[in-house]
Design a protein around this ligand. Structure first.
Ligand SMILES: [Zn+2]
Length: 67
């Protein structure tokens, strides 16, 4: 196995397959975001990482404060 590619190391607990990065849309405070999240190609389970969501929330909050 070569580890040259930077891949998501998450594995679906149900299907035991590596998750693939996929664009997922989500909403927060009436703002729509698009971000790559790891998703199971078999069952479609999306793993939304809290760090990313929190980061996006901060962006929104900053934008709201700035106006
Ligand atoms: Zn799965």
């Amino acid at each position: 196995m070569d580890n040259n590619k930077q891949e998501c190391e998450l594995i679906c607990g149900k299907c035991q397959v590596p998750l693939q990065m996929e664009k997922v849309e989500f909403n927060y405070m009436n703002h729509q975001f698009r971000h790559d999240f790891p998703r199971c190609p078999v069952c479609g389970q999306v793993y939304i990482m809290e760090e990313i969501v929190n980061g996006k929330m901060k962006e929104v909050e900053t934008a709201l404060e700035d106006k």
